[in-house]
Design a protein around this ligand. Structure first.
Ligand code: FAD
Length: 425
């Protein structure tokens, strides 16, 4: 532990000089003198940056390792609950969304106004950097490099091997605890929890320059969500405004599905084929929390690395930040007690809070995203005021509203009627 929080916050110290050590670091003599941290956080996205900030705030010596240089492909939609729970200033928002338009395969659409409040949109380039910078202001040391592997350290804890971004030789650090927050298909998870794998949706989007107002049906305060098998056979496609730019994307679990062609088609339908394309990029979205987030020794996972993205919606930023916070809290407990069982707390607490909603969303995705007939009915359900209200309440506040049991019951029976075909689209 360090009590240098105040001084670190006032002025981030220059990074300690890196020390390349020989590959036989597992030998105690060779490894003595290795830079040591209480915690090394691998990955500086929302999960890792949050974990690093929280651990540093608790007074631990923390290193935040991120490979840097790539903007995370992301729609960037965040709920107000995120801004409140993680003290994120509204100045980071590039757009405020007042409603969603849900579009069926037949092109019928339903508008769902948010009502009170708004959905925030962030630009991941500035948002993630702001979070990493906050971690540094809280006392974490930042370093640019790619994680390579972990080895047990002879004195206890782990040796974390990484390749510095400046191209110099592999280096290693000693950590009493490691937080693996290196995103979907995490190298830390692959190494520490062998065999643990998560089904992923592969998502692709194009960042385009927003059209001038009035030149198309595009509305910079509305998110469009398309449930249409030709745009995504098993997920959905979207148009999300980001102020001066917009994200037009789709996702699918089907290998070989032509995502570029689907986005070309969506852009044509939306009258956006002519606007300038700034970036084309893609990334996997994991859709099921791993059964274990820790290795029982000194490594705990957070965010996409732990598989934590809401099924059906693909929402992951809020859950990554919460996962980062819970992983940091569990790691703090472990650093104080030395009892590695404390690390299990992160998953247990997360699933207690959100496991039920993830389960319901998983079932929704399974039933409603199967074929265009079901998608058509799903969009019909979205016309219902109770459905709209509960959807927004659940999204904005991250809680199922228990105060309206009659509305829940009505929705349950309407769902059943649509599922069994008693109600038609
Ligand atoms: C196309 C797309 C659209 C999405 N839209 C939304 C949306 O609108 N709203 C929403 O809430 N969620 C959305 N998501 C999901 C969301 O982006 C993720 O759930 C979220 O970014 C997870 O945060 P994370 O910190 O766990 O991982 P990431 O954001 O992936 O961060 C991982 C970090 O680890 C670093 N890293 C990776 N490997 C290494 C390594 N070997 N060494 C060092 N560093 C490493 C990376 O540089 C990165 O900074 C979307 C995802 C995609 C792909």
């Amino acid at each position: 532990m360090r009590d240098g929080l105040k001084s670190r916050e006032a002025s981030a110290p220059a990074a300690a000089p890196d020390r390349a050590i020989p590959r036989d670091a597992a030998n105690p003599e060779a490894s003595s003198g290795i830079e040591s941290f209480d915690a090394v956080v691998v990955g500086g996205g929302p999960a890792g940056a949050t974990a690093a900030a929280e651990l540093a705030r608790s007074g631990h010596a923390v290193l935040l390792l991120d490979r840097m240089g790539r903007i995370k492909p992301c729609g960037g939609a965040v709920p107000p609950r995120l801004m409140a729970d993680f003290a994120v200033p509204e100045s980071l928002l590039v757009a405020r969304i007042a409603g969603a338009r849900i579009v069926a395969p037949s092109a019928r659409s339903v508008d769902m106004p948010v009502g009170e409040g708004f959905v925030g949109m962030v630009d991941r380039e500035t948002f993630d950097e702001w979070l990493r910078d906050r971690a540094a202001r809280c006392g974490a040391e930042r370093r640019a490099g790619s994680f390579l592997r972990l080895e047990p350290a002879p004195e206890g804890g782990s040796l974390v091997w990484y390749r510095p971004k400046d191209g110099t030789a592999e280096r290693c650090l000693r950590a009493r605890v490691v937080v693996g927050a290196d995103g979907a298909r995490s190298a830390v998870a692959r190494q520490c929890l062998p065999g643990a794998s998560v089904p992923c949706v592969y998502a692709y989007h194009e960042i385009v320059r927003s059209p001038a107002p009035g030149t198309s049906a595009y509305d910079g305060t509305r998110c469009d969500v398309h449930y249409d098998g030709s745009l995504s056979p098993d997920f959905y496609a979207w148009i999300f405004p980001h102020g001066e730019t917009a994200s037009i994307g789709t996702g699918s679990m089907q290998k070989g599905f032509g995502m570029r062609a689907a986005i070309g088609e969506l852009r044509r339908k939306a009258g956006l084929e002519g606007v300038e394309t700034l970036r084309r990029e893609g990334a996997p979205i994991p859709l099921r929390p791993l059964r274990r987030w820790d290795d029982g020794r000194g490594v705990v996972l957070a965010g996409d690395a732990a598989g934590v993205v809401a099924p059906a919606s693909g929402e992951g930023i809020y859950y990554a930040m919460l996962g980062g916070r819970l992983a940091a809290d569990a790691a703090h407990g472990f650093l104080l007690s030395g009892d590695a069982r404390t690390l299990r707390r992160a998953r247990r607490r997360f699933m207690r809070l959100h496991g039920g909603v993830f389960w319901i969303l998983g079932i929704m995705q399974h039933y409603w995203y199967r074929d265009d007939g079901r998608r058509e009915r799903f969009v019909s359900i979205c016309r219902d005021r109770d459905v709209q209200q509960l959807t927004w309440d659940a999204y904005m506040n991250k809680e199922l509203v228990k105060a309206r049991p009659l509305a829940h019951a009505r929705i349950f029976f309407k769902n059943l009627a649509h599922l069994t075909g008693l109600a038609r689209a």
